[in-house]
Design a protein around this ligand. Structure first.
Ligand SMILES: Nc1nc2c(ncn2[C@@H]2O[C@H](COP(=O)(O)OP(=O)(O)OP(=O)(O)O)[C@@H](O)[C@H]2O)c(=O)[nH]1
Ligand SMILES: [Mg+2]
Length: 355
């Protein structure tokens, strides 16, 4: 954004020792509120950058791309709808009549524009078909990995274009919610393998699916087992310890790491509970309220993704995961016998091997 100051303002430098004015004056730009400390020459106004950034962010809005991955029937599509219908976007939704969510058969992105207190956000959820239905599930992560890498490739191609867009459309997967079946035992080899591979290319937030099927004791003990197994298998899920920037970060993230995996319950149906309409699952013995932290940990997941860590999730995607892809991809192109310099990459097809 370029800002042209009126000439009169630009040349209004004042030397306090020569000035006989009773109060020092600061040039104020038209339309801007006077800043605190504006009557003081030692005040430069650096703090006003926050207001400039806020205005820019308000204008641009925010984008977040979340992917849901896991075995078939674990409630991925339902949780995606829960996210859209929960407090995040309730205002922006028109309520739909009850209908069953069909089985997901292809990777599909759904976006919603959400606005709260003048701040706009485009939330995109990438729903994926559940795996585990095949007799041989050996390479079932390949389509997911390909999708993630394809988005990096698209971004890279836009970035290295000579005529690149002012704002590159960002379809990169910022976060992948991995659904663990609520077995109460231990992680299955397939889940370990899937998360091990995914964690190298994307931020993973593991969740225990359909947590309403576990008692509170089973839930706590399963959560602990999963944490231990992730550690034992060297799977680094979000928020990754090595990317904590300072002691504050470490303190906040340590608490999250102790809670992971979130035990979630999903529903896209609303019920009347104590006079309020709430998203829940109605059973014979009561209604499980999905946004109530006494019932399940869906609200913690939503807060992590949107309220507290959205920017960090995007930063890690951009500066770590995408960067690894970019460097590898450009090295690969340079290493070819007829390698072209990175800024003239002609082949839009990724040569990047599926991990
Ligand atoms: N008990 C319980 N059932 C759930 C929960 N979430 C979803 N379900 C039910 O589980 C079934 C499958 O839900 P989906 O959301 O279609 O599951 P999915 O993971 O998207 O399945 P695929 O598309 O086949 O991968 C539906 O009958 C849902 O109502 C939950 O948190 N608890
Ligand atoms: Mg589905």
């Amino acid at each position: 954004m370029s800002c042209h100051l009126p000439d009169a303002d630009l040349g209004s430098e004042v030397n306090p020792s020569q000035s006989n004015m009773s109060a020092p004056q600061h040039p104020h730009l038209p339309g801007k509120a006077a800043t605190p400390g504006a009557g003081d020459f030692s005040y430069v106004g650096i703090d006003a950058i926050l207001e400039q950034m806020r205005r820019k962010a308000m204008k641009q809005g925010f984008e977040l791309n979340i992917m849901v991955v896991g075995q078939s029937g674990l409630g991925k599509s339902t949780l995606m709808n829960t996210l859209f219908k929960s407090k995040v976007s309730r205002k922006s939704l028109v309520s739909t009549p009850e209908e069953r969510i069909p089985q997901t058969i292809e990777i599909k992105s759904i976006s919603h524009d959400i606005e709260e207190k003048g701040v706009r956000m485009k939330l995109t959820v990438i729903d994926t078909p559940g795996f585990g239905d095949q007799i041989n599930n050996e390479n079932c992560w390949q389509p997911i990995m390909k999708f993630i890498n394809d988005q990096y490739e698209q971004y890279l191609q836009e970035e290295i274009n000579i005529d690149r867009k002012k704002r590159i459309p960002d379809s990169r997967v910022h976060c992948c919610i991995y659904f663990i079946p609520p077995t109460g035992h231990c992680l299955r080899p397939l889940d370990v393998e899937f998360m091990r591979r995914l964690s190298k290319v994307v931020n993973i937030v593991p969740v225990i699916a359909k947590a309403d099927t576990l008692t509170l004791e089973e839930r706590d003990s399963f959560k602990q087992t999963v944490r231990e197994e992730l550690r034992a298998n060297g799977i680094d899920v979000y928020p990754q310890k090595e990317f904590d920037e300072d002691a504050d970060d470490r303190m906040i993230n340590e608490k999250i790491r102790e809670m992971i995996p979130f035990a979630v319950v999903g529903s896209d149906q609303e019920y009347q509970v104590n006079g309020k309409r709430l998203l829940g699952r109605k059973t014979k013995w009561g209604t499980i309220e999905v946004e109530n932290i006494a019932h399940c940990e869906f609200a913690y997941l939503r807060d992590l993704l949107i309220r507290t860590h959205m920017q960090n999730i995007k930063d890690i995607t951009s500066s770590i995961h995408y960067e690894v892809y970019r460097v590898r991809r450009l090295n690969e192109t340079n290493g070819q016998p007829n390698g072209q310099p990175p800024n003239t990459l002609a082949d839009p097809k990724p040569h990047f091997p599926v991990l």
